[in-house]
Design a protein around this ligand. Structure first.
Ligand code: NDP
Length: 460
């Protein structure tokens, strides 16, 4: 008998009423934070059978506690631009939950960053980190600073000012930030330098995503994109399918996208489109990844320029249109809410078979419903993109041991972790009566580990 068969109908009804009540409380306590509400709603709804089965979680107010960050820090980040003008940005760090380890989660530098976005990302991070099976709690941070168009010197002055304040709250055993949108190797390097200068010693484990020459892990750069493809590959193989000879569309052209494209191509797929925040390119012959890497990672130019090297390709302004391209597999790897209900319906009508969320919350709740209702294989972000943070945790392990593993060793561990996340999510979905629904499965598997640790640690 599965857990689902043991649950009584009246307990489900009562659990739903309780979960709805706490959700209303979260909305009231965090007014106007729509992205945070969306992330909470998705997770809360999938936990209803867990609350129906285990009254101990309600009795100990786990839901009320887990949706309230342990600590939120906001701070002023003043810096001087190249013209000598003083600029002011806002910095954030949300330390959401430390039940299973030090806070861990990236820093995002993007003009859209606000409390709602950082809280949604931090909340998701709790469950994602739990799914990896490692000892890492949930956190997230960033700033409304826009690195686009800034000189290296401006980025350095900004990141140094940012770290001058943030250093008071982080440390290798307390809180370990990493990259996210707008924060790559260059920014992590500047921030590590400033942290070291202020705090002294060589605290390698305070940040992950460092350069491999000074404490970074091989395969960390590739990990989120590779991990996403490994996860989707598990979903496909379970249904007798594979990447080989499939047509793939990947949104974005940043860190996650580039390595998702690389691994998908290695597995025999033809990736026909990618994008940036201005528009997307379609190359029916298959994207030439070398050109994309040169444009986005070296020259920091717009994706439109791809056409200079490949005049047969096409460029379209705007981002949403990318989902009208017929494909077997779609990997949204740019940003939140980039696939809405309408785009999801178009993808389904064009015969999409699998979605792997490389970005965080790229599909709206309505879009997810369309995919699930149409039996599209759906790999939700917190499972499919967990490879990045999992490899960050492997970087922490190497830093503690003061040694470096080879690329192959790290990649093999990443691959195994992604397989485990898939298996655990499938198992939880089956046990709780939602076979094939990895949204529910990953939320439940991630939640139970954290909730049990919170129970064990008392009312804190
Ligand atoms: P990058 O900054 O390297 O790349 C982001 C890409 O998405 C760029 O191509 C960017 O275009 C595009 N983009 C950003 N904002 C928007 C927008 N509003 N509309 C359309 N396109 C946009 O970031 P990452 O690749 O690191 O992160 C991408 C996603 O993956 C994020 O959701 C992030 O939270 C998630 N993620 C990242 C992890 C990591 O290890 N890096 C780990 C887990 C999740 P442009 O060049 O024009 O800015």
């Amino acid at each position: 008998m599965t857990i689902a068969q043991e649950i009584k109908q009246e307990d489900l009804v009562a659990a739903k009423a309780y979960v709805d009540e706490v959700y209303e409380l979260v909305k009231k306590r965090n007014p106007g934070e729509s992205e945070f509400h969306q992330a909470v709603k998705e997770i809360f709804d999938s936990l209803i059978p867990v609350f129906a089965k285990h009254p101990k979680y309600k009795e100990n107010a786990i839901l009320e506690r887990i949706s309230e960050p342990e600590r939120i820090i906001t701070f002023r980040v003043p810096w001087m631009d190249d013209e000598g003008k003083v600029q002011v940005n806002r910095g954030f760090r949300v330390q959401f939950n430390s039940a299973i380890g030090p806070y861990k989660g990236g820093l995002r530098f993007h003009p859209s960053v606000n409390a709602s976005i950082i809280k949604f990302l931090g909340f998701e991070q709790i469950f994602k980190n739990s799914l990896t099976g490692q000892w890492i709690g949930g956190g997230k941070g960033g700033s409304d600073f826009d690195p686009k168009g800034k000189s290296d010197a401006e980025v350095m002055r900004f990141t140094q000012s940012f770290m001058t304040e943030l250093n008071k709250y982080i440390g290798p055993d307390e809180d370990v930030p990493a990259g996210d949108i707008g924060v790559g190797g260059r920014e992590i390097g500047f921030m590590f330098g400033q942290y070291k200068r202020i705090r002294g010693g060589y605290p390698a484990g305070v940040l992950t995503g460092k350069g491999v020459g000074y404490g970074g892990s091989l395969a960390r750069t590739e990990a989120t994109g590779y991990g996403c493809v490994y996860f989707v590959n598990e979903m496909l193989q379970d249904q007798g399918m594979s990447f080989k000879d499939s047509t793939v569309v990947v949104s974005g052209s940043g860190n996650v996208s580039i390595y998702a494209i690389k691994k998908a191509q290695e597995l025999g797929a033809k990736v026909v489109a990618c994008s940036d925040s201005n528009g997307y390119i379609y190359d029916k012959n298959g994207i030439d990844l070398k050109t994309v890497v040169q444009l986005k990672e070296v020259e920091r130019k717009r994706i439109k320029e791809y056409l200079k090297a490949h005049p047969h390709a096409e460029y379209f302004e705007g981002c949403e249109g990318i989902w009208t391209i017929p494909c077997d597999i779609a990997l949204p790897c740019a940003t939140q809410n980039e696939i809405n209900e309408e785009s999801a319906k178009i993808l389904v009508a064009n015969g999409v078979k699998a979605i792997g969320e490389g970005a965080n919350m790229p599909s709206t709740l309505e879009a997810i419903e369309v995919f699930l209702n149409n039996k599209v294989l759906f790999g939700p972000a917190k499972a499919a993109n967990a490879g990045g943070v999992a490899t960050s945790a492997l970087e922490m392990v190497q830093n503690s041991m003061r040694l470096s593993w080879t690329f192959e060793e790290v990649d093999a561990k990443l691959h195994e972790i992604m397989k485990n996340i898939y298996r655990n999510s499938v198992r939880a979905a089956n046990e709780y009566g939602y076979p094939g629904n990895l949204v529910v499965g990953s939320n439940i598997a991630g939640f139970i580990r954290v909730a049990d640790a919170m129970l064990a640690q008392g009312v804190i």
